[in-house]
Structure formats: C-alpha cells, structure tokens
Design a protein around this ligand. Structure first.
Ligand SMILES: C[S@@+](CC[C@H](N)C(=O)[O-])C[C@H]1O[C@@H](n2cnc3c(N)ncnc32)[C@H](O)[C@@H]1O
Length: 207
C-alpha cells in the first residue's frame, strides 16, 4: 500500500507542525541539535527527514557527511533546495518500512517521530544497521497527551489522514528492545509540549 505521506504536501506538514495547537517543529529541531552536540558525529543520517527541520543546527566543520532518508521524493527535493549549498548531502528516497536502506553506515542515526509512522520492524532494523561501530542512534518518540489524539488538530486536513497509520511507542519497551540488540542507553530526556503531549529522546551507543 502506498504511504499516506505521499498525499501530504510539505507546506501542510510544516504548517501543521508549526501551528499554535501543535508547536512541535522547534522542539524537534532542539532535540536534533542536542543529539548532534552530544555525539559530534563525522556523519549523520536522518530517517524521515521531511523538509530538513533542524539541519541548520549541524556544525559543518564537525559533520562532513549528511544523509537524509524519506519516503516522499518531494520532501527530499525541498531538502536539496534548502541545504545543498551548505552541506554535502546524500538523499535517499526509500520506504523504510518495506525496503532496506542502502548507504554506508554513519556515526549518528537520528530518527524522530518516524517509528510511530513506519513501525518498528524493518524501519528499526534499518536504523540499527546504519549505525557504524562506535556510533549512536538518537530516537525521539511522542508521548501521549490527555486527549489521546495521535495527530493534533490544525487547519490542514491532509494531515488527519496520517492518524490511522500512527502508533505510539513506549520508551520503556524501546529501551529494552535496543538493549537486547546490543545498544546501550547513554542519555535520555523528556520535553513537554504546549498541547499537553511530550517527546522522549533516547541516545543509544552501539555496545
Ligand atoms: C513526523 S515526520 C518527521 C519529523 C522530522 N524527523 C523532524 O524531526 O522534524 C515523519 C517523516 O517520516 C517520513 N516517513 C513516514 N513513513 C516513512 C517510511 N515508511 N519510510 C520513510 N520515511 C517515512 C514522512 O514522509 C515524514 O517526512
């Protein structure tokens, strides 16, 4: 089945994530900045890169290789337009839930709000297999709000179609799963959102 993300224009996605009732874009950018500051990776791969939120927070003197992966080719085209002059970009159009990502492993894999949409089967295998020896995975998971709605309300109806393809992932389950697969938790943090929801970020090192 084609991904529902193919029907969501980037302007709708970013407008929704910036809207007053959601306000997730800046929080995600801050968490990405935190991950790259902690790990200072020579190379980074962002799974579900969307329009490249937070890419400007990368220090190009430290991180020489920047790979972005997404199922939506138009999102990748926007990333290219916005950032090709700044970074040596490697962009891969891939359905992480169905296909194997084919690129050289990197020192940091960042996966923010992607497992909720792409699942923890093939997508998690892709994420872990892309971590180079001695490298890290930073994962951002959404925490539930009181309303329980997976996708917040906003003026962008195309976004609502994503709700039925979204499953929250328990950070405790995620930590245990990664421990079984040889990834040690190095850091974790929580960030509250104005909507009452929140984000959890875990940074895992390959043991
Ligand atoms: C909620 S957004 C990610 C937010 C972004 N990581 C950030 O920090 O701002 C989810 C992204 O994952 C992508 N995506 C969803 N399912 C995917 C799949 N199966 N394979 C690859 N990308 C997928 C979507 O196209 C979208 O760009």
């Amino acid at each position: 089945m084609p991904s529902p993300w193919l029907n969501v224009p980037l302007a709708d996605y970013e407008g929704h994530m910036r809207s007053a009732g959601v306000q997730q874009l800046d929080a995600l950018s801050d968490l990405f900045a935190d991950a790259v500051e902690r790990c200072r990776p020579e190379s980074v791969a962002i799974l579900g890169i969307a329009g490249g939120n937070g890419l400007e927070r990368i220090d190009g003197n430290i991180t020489r290789r920047v790979a972005g992966l997404d199922v939506n080719p138009l999102y990748l085209e926007a990333v290219r337009r916005r950032f090709a002059a700044t970074y040596d970009l490697e962009l891969h159009c891939v359905d992480l839930a169905e296909e194997t990502a084919k690129l050289e492993p990197v020192h940091l894999v960042h996966a923010a709000l992607v497992f909720e949409h792409a699942g923890v089967g093939r997508c998690l295998e892709n994420a872990l297999s892309l971590v180079a020896p001695g490298g890290a995975l930073s994962a951002v998971l959404q925490l539930p709000g009181e309303s329980g709605a997976s996708v917040g309300a906003s003026a962008f109806p195309s976004i609502q179609s994503l709700g039925s393809h979204f499953s929250l992932i328990e950070p405790t389950w995620f930590r245990e799963e990664l421990a079984h697969r040889g990834f040690r938790l190095k850091h974790q943090s929580r960030r509250a959102l104005p909507s009452g929801k929140g984000f959890w970020m875990g940074v895992f090192g390959r043991a």
